[in-house]
Design a protein around this ligand. Structure first.
Ligand code: 2AM
Ligand code: CA
Length: 265
């Protein structure tokens, strides 16, 4: 398979989609709620997903598509070549801030990540990796990730997960927060993953994400030697929702062994 050819097309489509999103900033959005009043979707999310699906179907008619807004295929497995699309990750940021959101596209073959593309539209920063060919930000090659002690690390997590009623094991999270140098909360899983890839932060924890939130970031982070698992330390399946724990090497093992091992995640 010519992954470079697919990657080239995908990057062009992502740039074009970014341009469409930027030009929507001065229009009135149609906002709907999904699973709850804080789970938002706009007409732009739907339009951009349909844009990608048209492009993929025309160029690669045998490929399958899993998209957050449901315009792709209903998949029960990851056999063959599958695109995982989040047209706007961080929709709440998109609606409230017009920044801190991203487009995410990934291409997997038989469940193995081959291409990951994440575009920070507001900053015009495009992150991408082809498995085995390096990871880049705007065509600058990113260096491999290095180990860090927790006391010198910044951990991204969402403060709502620390509330007692959300998950039984929030007590295990509090010592991590106490020991870390600092915490951050950006509200966009794909960007939090590329911030680990670029060492702007050192780990990211989330209790529940979907395959399209994590598929592209996993290709990029793993290409740089970072570790991507769920909170039980297991590999992700990219087919069902799961928790997520992304980290630079070394720190992942420390946090798993010293803090998370006993958790019921
Ligand atoms: P989304 O904006 O594409 O929905 C916010 O912490 C991060 O979690 C975002 O990347 C958001 O993606 C993701 N997320 C996944 N499922 C969610 C849900 N049910 N409600 C809110 N955010 C969710
Ligand atoms: Ca989304």
């Amino acid at each position: 398979m010519d992954w470079e050819y697919i990657d080239l097309h995908a990057k062009q489509w992502v740039k074009e989609a970014g341009e469409r999103i930027r030009s929507s900033f001065n229009k009135t959005l149609t906002i709907e709620f999904k699973s709850n009043p804080n789970d938002l979707v706009t007409d732009i999310d739907k339009e951009i997903e349909q844009f990608f699906i048209r492009k993929i179907r025309a160029a690669f008619p045998t490929h399958k598509i899993m998209g957050e807004e449901g315009f792709g295929d209903e998949l029960t497995n990851l056999d063959g070549i599958v695109w995982l699309i989040d047209p706007i990750d961080g929709t709440m940021n998109f609606v409230h801030q017009q920044r801190n959101f991203a487009i995410s596209l990934a291409v997997y073959e038989n469940g193995i990540g081959k291409i990951g593309i994440i575009y920070d539209v507001a900053h015009d920063e495009l992150y991408h990796a082809i498995k085995g060919k390096g990871a880049y930000m705007n065509d600058i090659l990113l260096p491999p990730l290095v180990e860090k002690p927790l006391s010198e690390s910044i951990i991204a997590l969402n403060a709502t997960w620390l509330m007692e009623n959300r998950r039984i094991d929030h007590n295990l999270m509090i010592p991590i927060v106490r020991k870390a140098r600092g915490t951050r909360s950006y509200g966009t899983a794909t960007l939090e993953m590329v911030f680990v890839a670029t060492s702007r932060i050192d780990a990211y924890i989330s209790m529940r994400l979907s395959p399209w939130d994590i598929a592209a970031g996993t290709v990029i982070v793993e290409e740089l030697g970072g570790i991507v698992t769920n909170l039980r330390g297991e590999k992700l399946n990219f087919l069902t929702q799961d928790s997520l724990f992304v980290s630079v090497p070394g720190l992942h093992e420390t946090i798993m062994t010293d803090y998370l091992k006993e958790g019921k995640w």
